[in-house]
Design a protein around this ligand. Structure first.
Ligand SMILES: C[S@@+](CC[C@H](N)C(=O)[O-])C[C@H]1O[C@@H](n2cnc3c(N)ncnc32)[C@H](O)[C@@H]1O
Length: 266
């Protein structure tokens, strides 16, 4: 299955900012507690975007690990490189398309991670086969992504606003099934962990910011709902009306992010 996907960097950064501002729990703490990266490790982050996980691990090990971040978006890689320079970090950010053979030799990494990215892979057997190949024996793979119950309120509001069927999202619809099964088949051991974050919006506006930054995340997948700028703005208008009604009724808007983390060992 070929999935057209591109992430404008401002949308990704906006969502990260909103998670941090309005969330009840911190996914970074959860990730570090689960993985406990160590100095001396060789780490690869696939679909690294602007480098969120790379910088998280780099801070955690106080610069003591060798870290590589790979992404196919030059725009996001540039953002990551700018931050790398500004922080005086020594992370290697490079082009990597996870639908192609990874440009690393076998048995290179202790840890291979991918946050909200690798589940867009066209051929799961191939991509997770590559992750397995570049890991050392006993090395670990960590893949995080949305579970089917993720952001239920976001989809309910859109459903009420449009009366339309929500298109299936490649992440949440595949994460527990195809993705977990593929990893279990290829790796010696795989387990599923869960993280919940309740985002409480104290007003409608930041929720709409989140909606905008999310609809464009999977813009190509949402095309059944809008065509062009005018229809997009009309859709946002309808969503704003429903969100405002819900806000008046409940006094707040709460959206729960439900994230799965698959941890596997080679
Ligand atoms: C939702 S963002 C997550 C970025 C980052 N991991 C984070 O947690 O902030 C998804 C990322 O996957 C990347 N991506 C999508 N398809 C890709 C591909 N075929 N090869 C490499 N990266 C890809 C996008 O460019 C984007 O950076």
């Amino acid at each position: 299955m070929k999935i057209n996907y591109s992430e404008p960097s401002k949308d990704l950064l906006m969502r990260i900012d909103i998670h941090e501002k309005y969330g009840s729990a911190n996914i970074d703490v959860w990730t570090n507690d689960l993985l406990k990266p160590q100095a001396g490790m060789n780490i690869l982050d696939v679909g690294c975007g602007a480098g969120k996980l790379c910088f998280l691990f780099n801070d955690y090990v106080k610069g003591g690990a060798k870290i590589t971040g790979g992404d196919f978006s030059e725009e996001l890689l540039d953002k990551a490189r700018e931050k790398n320079k500004a922080f005086g970090a020594d992370i290697n950010f490079q082009f990597l398309d996870f639908n192609e053979k990874f440009k690393f030799t076998d048995n290179t990494f202790d840890l291979c991670t991918s946050a909200f990215a690798i589940y867009y892979a066209s051929d799961l057997d191939f991509t997770f086969g590559e992750a397995h190949r570049v890991l050392k024996p006993g090395g670990r793979l960590f893949v995080s992504g949305p579970l089917p119950e993720n952001k239920q309120m976001f989809y309910d509001i859109i459903k009420e606003a449009t009366n339309a069927t929500i298109p299936p999202m490649p992440g949440s619809s595949r994460f527990k099934g195809d993705i977990f099964n593929t990893i279990s088949k290829i790796f010696a051991k795989a387990e599923l962990h869960k993280f919940e974050n309740h985002l409480t919006f104290p007003e409608v506006a930041p929720f709409i910011d989140y909606v905008r930054a999310s609809l464009s995340e999977d813009r190509k997948l949402w095309t059944s709902m809008f065509n062009g700028k005018d229809e997009y703005e009309a859709l946002i208008g309808k969503i704003t009306d429903v969100a405002t009604r819900w806000f008046k009724r409940d006094g707040k808007l709460v959206m729960t992010k439900v994230v799965g983390g698959i941890l596997a060992t080679k």
